[in-house]
Design a protein around this ligand. Sequence first.
Ligand code: PRP
Length: 186
Amino acid sequence: MVTPEISQVLLTEEQIRVRVRALAAEISHDYAGRDLLVVSVLKGALYFLADLTRMMDIPLAIDFMAISSYRGGKGPSGAVRLVKDLDEDLTGRHVLLVEDIIDTGLTASYLLRSLQARDPADLAVCTLLDKTARRIAHTLPIRYRGFEVPDLFLVGYGLDYRQFHRNLPYIGVIRDDFLRREPASS
Ligand code: PRP
């Protein structure tokens, strides 16, 4: 899929597939025999979550949270509004939070505080992309990471620019001059 706003393909479909398969194998091995609940946050992680869990070969449950938008004024503490909470009870369960990208880390930090308060047996993070250059929250329990990525505006495979481009099968970089012409609101 060619779109003029993309300057570069950072990760191809094949690179993503290979890495996701490896992560799925590692997670399946580590969580075999445990009561695994995979928790994800709408919407960015939708393709990663779908591919990752389909490549895993252990029993697992999936649940979702939704929080207020990144562009909606996430404060410096990372406090965001919970729009949809989980349906599942976390008590005594092995919980894996699946994210598409960890950037400042404030969203994950907020979510982990909320999840930890519900007494899981274990709580860890799996992120496809890790943008460490912008990290503010430095103590996240990131157990699984797909790729470390540079500080560029990325879209595709779930990641959006103003809600568009999530459905690109690869991860691409939005052109600088396009961003300059149409600055994002965040
Ligand atoms: C993205 C992503 C993470 C968060 C990471 O979500 O899915 O949840 O930003 O950023 P941070 O580490 O700086 O907190 P976004 O709020 O853009 O919403 P979306 O998932 O609906 O795209």
